[in-house]
Ligand binder design. Structure first.
Ligand code: IPM
Ligand code: MG
Length: 373
């Protein structure tokens, strides 16, 4: 298969982690005889610096033409701490989502046996968790009317949803639940918010078309508790944009680190694949950040273009790296060995290329040599 992938490394640790995802994709291309054409483009703080625009026209054009888009991280500490900036890095990502109609964001959350020991949560509560979160991505408070009064004393973020916006993501979530454990939990705040009440009404109506899926409702504040005390009760979670942003980060604690969570943003045409974590600029260029979320995002990309076996090969390599403790500081294994970003990427690529007959020599890893003998 020949596909064009728009690659947006972005800011902070973005370029480092995306390089590892590309290593994994190159190993897949070699092993399975595919051609992946990368078209690099700028977005975020680096794009503002170079062009004054967080989403330059050229980037948008490259993304529109590509079969899929791979993004690293967007943002910068200077902007995070500046509440008066009119042009910000995240505007680039938000506009790209809107322009491409990427209304559905999917975030898989699961535990890895090799990581449970260093989770702050108890093994018996989290072991075996397997959640697929569906977050609406182009509506709600992120895209509502925003206002700041002239005297700077009052601010307003409107949260709006239409039945159509709710319905399209809801259908995708139900279809996915049908292929899984057939349970869908709608997370909302229907006891307070009008938009949440519309979500409930719409989702309840649509549920009739998916009679084999059981539907449950949970207020978002309770969902925040349930995710920690009993995450195994969840199969597919469906929620609106802002709630989804928050509870996905919370749920990353179950997996072991936010550095493990990948996401797929899909909708009208081509999908966008990106780790859920931020730019972590303090570690920029230090070869320190966890690349697994980016690598797993590349796996989601492959799945999206129909390369299921190849996606699975990446996931297997990631599981192996965790099992062997060839991992970065945030998820360091029982042996306390800490691998650099690029070392993890090298291991994953090696493992993909040599899978079945790979002969791993852990001794070599410590010595900074090849991981395969
Ligand atoms: C995410 C991120 C983004 C979001 C930011 C960078 C705008 O946190 O993908 O979860 O809030 O959607
Ligand atoms: Mg987020």
């Amino acid at each position: 298969m020949k596909i064009t992938i728009a690659v947006i490394p972005g800011d902070g640790i973005g370029p480092e982690v995306i390089n590892q995802a590309k290593k994994a994709l190159d190993a897949i291309a070699d092993t399975y005889n595919h051609v992946f054409l990368y078209k690099e483009a700028q977005m975020g703080a680096c794009a503002i610096e170079n062009t004054g625009n967080p989403l330059p026209d050229k980037t948008l054009e490259i993304c529109r033409k590509a079969d899929a888009i791979l993004v690293g991280a967007i943002g910068d500490t200077t902007f995070d701490n500046n509440s008066t900036a009119k042009i910000t890095p995240v505007q680039g990502l938000l506009r790209l989502r809107k322009e491409l109609g990427l209304f559905c964001n999917i975030r898989p959350i699961k535990t890895y046996e090799g990581l449970i020991h260093n989770s702050p949560l108890k093994r018996e509560f989290i072991s075996g968790t397997d959640i697929l979160m569906y977050r609406e991505l182009t509506g709600g408070a992120y895209f509502g009317i925003k206002e700041l009064s002239d005297d700077g004393q009052n601010a307003f973020d409107g949260c709006a949803y239409s039945v159509e916006e709710i319905a399209r993501v809801t259908h995708l979530a139900f279809k996915s639940a049908q292929k899984r454990r057939k349970k869908l939990t709608l997370v909302d705040k229907a006891n307070v918010l009008e938009t949440s009440r519309l979500w409930r009404k719409t989702v309840t109506e649509i549920a009739k078309e998916y009679a084999d899926v059981s539907l449950e409702y949970l207020f978002v504040d309770n969902a925040a508790i349930q995710l920690i005390v009993n995450p195994k009760q969840f199969d597919v979670i469906l929620t609106e944009n802002l709630f989804g942003d928050i509870i996905a980060d919370e749920a990353s604690v179950i997996a072991g680190s936010v550095g493990l969570l990948a996401s797929a943003s899909i909708g009208k045409k081509n999908g966008l694949f990106k780790p859920i974590h931020g730019h972590l600029s303090q570690f920029k260029g230090k070869d320190y950040a966890n690349p697994l979320a980016s690598i797993l995002s590349a796996a989601l990309l492959l799945q999206h273009v129909g390369l299921h076996e190849e996606a699975f090969a990446i996931e297997r390599a990631v599981e192996k790296s965790i099992l062997l403790g060839i991992t970065t500081e945030d998820i360091k294994g029982k042996n306390n060995y800490v691998a650099s970003t690029s070392k993890v990427g090298d291991f994953i690529a090696d493992y993909i290329a040599n899978q079945e007959d790979s002969n791993l020599n852990f001794q070599n890893i410590h010595m900074g040599q090849s991981t395969i003998i």
